[in-house]
Design a protein around this ligand. Structure first.
Ligand SMILES: [Zn+2]
Length: 369
């Protein structure tokens, strides 16, 4: 008998694929995609992939010209080794001391199951490109390193959002990292503290002046780490501080970064310390109109399956940010993972089934009514 979506999902989560070590899982998926009749390639593995394997791009020529891509990531967060899934009350949980890995193997199971069904049902379908990325968690390395010349679709879906199924993420913020190194002057803390410049104090004063947390309706800011000093009896001459700013508006993000820089510079000058601030945009934000024809198509596909569809934003980044940054219109579909990145992670079986129905309808070609 054919493997159902639950069996498939459970089988996938039992294959170890913590970020950077996706090869075993990638090899299994490649084989299964080939058996289904897709043309499978991997992009050239580079250091930028931060993995022992590279991204998978698989193509199924369809019955129409219209091409769509579906993407999910192959890696999981830690602790993600030797996961034992089990079912209870219509949900799937992990047994023991691991995550479940529904983020994002639910997305992969939905894609693989739906492909199988579309092919077996012999319905007319669009040209389909499947992209399975490596090392998404944390830094979106796989989608950033992806060889985009291997993709033709101008629109697609990432299946990697948590929450209530039916949700379509059409708006997500950009994110910029800020790092500061403050250099003071060391001195004996008991004999001559006045001769030192305490780098930790300089940085702390700067941070205390910063507007952080919910900065405005579009923007959040955080100082996340502070590392410095050697011993209690030495005035510390060095501290490193890192933080981030997220915003739906580039202008607001820039303004907040400037403000944080200014706080650090002012404190450095005031205390005659030295230092430098560096910033890096980690990913770009995106916004697709809810009236966009592609968004309407996704809504229609879900409604046809009796699912209540709605658009929303997300405060997090995903592969969809990177695809949109490359000019490919990409929304992020909610697949229904709950408590992702924790050992309490679970997913409802109905979420897997409903998502598969949305994708099935989206892939099939039907006459406009
Ligand atoms: Zn994810």
């Amino acid at each position: 008998m054919k493997e159902d979506i639950v069996e498939k999902f459970k089988r996938y989560v039992q294959v170890n694929s913590e970020s950077g070590n996706e090869k075993e899982f990638a090899d299994i998926l490649k084989k299964e995609l080939e058996i289904l009749g897709l043309k499978v390639v991997q992009d050239q593995l580079t250091e930028a992939h931060h993995s022992n394997t590279s991204n998978i791009i698989a193509t199924l020529e369809g019955d129409g010209e219209d091409s769509i891509f579906l993407c999910a990531h192959m890696d999981t967060v830690k602790p993600g080794l030797n996961i034992e899934p089990y079912e209870k009350d219509g949900n799937i949980y992990s047994k023991g001391e691991t995550i479940l890995g529904a983020d994002d193997k639910a997305g992969i199971a939905v894609i693989m199951h739906t492909l199988e069904k579309v092919i077996q049902d012999e319905i007319p379908y669009r040209r389909i490109e499947v992209v399975f990325t490596v090392h998404e968690e944390g830094s979106l390395y796989g989608s950033k390193a992806l060889d985009y010349s291997l993709i033709q679709s101008k629109k697609g879906l990432v299946l990697d959002s948590s929450g209530e199924v039916g949700g379509i993420v059409i708006k997500a913020p950009s994110k910029e990292k800020i790092s500061a190194e403050v250099i003071g002057k060391s001195s004996h803390a008991g004999i001559a503290p006045e001769k030192g410049i305490n780098a930790i104090s300089v940085a702390s004063e700067a941070i205390s002046k910063m507007r952080l947390s919910n900065v405005d309706r579009e923007t959040t800011a955080n100082i996340g780490t502070m590392n410095g000093g050697d011993a209690t009896n030495i005035v510390p001459d060095n501290v490193n501080v890192t933080g981030e700013v997220r915003s739906f508006k580039d202008k607001n993000r820039g303004k907040q970064i400037d403000h944080m820089k200014e706080c650090i510079d002012d404190s450095i000058i005031k205390h005659k310390a030295q230092g430098k601030v560096t910033t890096e945009i980690l990913y770009r934000g995106y916004e697709i109109s809810e009236k966009d024809p592609f968004v309407r198509e996704i809504i229609k596909a879900g409604e046809k399956a009796g699912i209540k569809m709605f658009t929303r934003d997300s405060k997090g980044g995903s592969d969809a940010n990177v695809f949109n940054g490359h000019g490919i219109k990409t929304a992020n579909l909610v697949i229904g993972t709950q408590n992702a990145h924790t050992m309490d992670e679970y997913i409802a079986i109905d979420s897997l089934i409903d998502c598969s129905k949305i994708i099935y309808n989206l892939l099939s070609i039907h006459k406009e009514s």
